[in-house]
Design a protein around this ligand. Sequence first.
Ligand code: RIB
Ligand code: CA
Length: 313
Amino acid sequence: MSKPILIDTDAGVDDALALILAFRSPELSVKAITTVAGNVDVKKCTRNVYRLLDLLQVKHRPIIAEGARRPLRAPLLTASEVHGPDGLGGVSAKLPPVRNVKPENAVETILRLCRRYGKRLSIVTIGPLTNVALALKSDRRTVLRAGRIVSMGGAFRVPGNTGPVAEFNYFVDPDAAHAVLTSGVPVTVIPLDVTHQVVVMRSEMEYRARRRASDVARTILDITKDYMLYHRETQGFNGGYLHDPLAVGVAIDPGLVRTRRVHVDVEADGTYTRGMTVADFRNRTPRSLPAVEVALNVDRDRFLRLFHDRLWM
Ligand code: RIB
Ligand code: CA
C-alpha cells in the first residue's frame, strides 16, 4: 500500500527533480503539494508546480496549495542566482502556459491531511519550514497527529551553503526551523552532511537523457543546465547536489540513511550563526525535551540507482 505524503516545496531546480522522483515512485502517493517562499517567491513556486504536473501528465493530481510569502520574522532571501529567476533554470517560458491556477491554502491543507491520514502521513519538506511552523501555530495538536516530517535542511559536521555554518532552508526561516525541530513531531533531518554526498554530474544526465529521448528527459536537461553551470563556476564540478531528491528518497526508503537521535535547536539571532543547527551529540539534553533523527550517513550508490531508475522512466 503506497504511503500518503504531502510535499512542501520552494519549487527550485532540485525540488523539480524531487517532485519527478516522487510521482514516479509507486511507494508514495502524493496527496498534496504546498508551496513556500524560498528559492523564488511563492507565486513563482506555485506556477512551477502547476507546470511540472502538466509536464508529467499526472493523472491523479494532488491538492496544490500556496503558502507563506515570507519567513515568520526574517526578511525573505531567495536563491535566483542558483535556480534562475523563475526557479526552473529559466525554462518556464519554454513550457506550455499554465491555466486555471487556483491554489488552496497551504496551512489549511497541511492540517486537513494530518486529520485525514494521521500517523500514515509523511510531510516531506524541501524548502524553508514556514508553512509547517504556521500550521503548528494554528493547530499544534493536529500537526502532532502526523506520522513523520522528513526535512531537507541543516548542516551538522560540514560547512553550510549559506554563509559558513547555515544551510539555505533553515537560514531563510530559522524561527520556523526551531519551531518544527523542537515541536515533538517525529522529524528526520536530511542535512548537507548527506546531501553533499549525492552528486549527479552533467555528463551522466546528458548520457541518460539521450538514451531516454523523451520530452520530460529533454526538459530535465534544460531545467538543470544553469543549476549545474552554477556549481561548475562556484564549486568546480559540472553537476549538482541532489538535496531535495534525497529527502524524497528517504520517504521512499528510510534505510537509505543512518541517523542519530539527538536534540537539535536552530540559532535564530546569531550575528554570524543565523540558521545554524546546533545538535547535542553529547546527549546531555534532558530526555523530556524533543529529539530528532539526524541523517549522517547515506548509501550513496543505492540512492543514485533509485534516483536514475525513476527519473528517466
Ligand atoms: O540547501 C539546499 C536547499 O535549499 C534545497 O532545498 C534547495 O532547493 C534550496 O531550497
Ligand atoms: Ca528546495
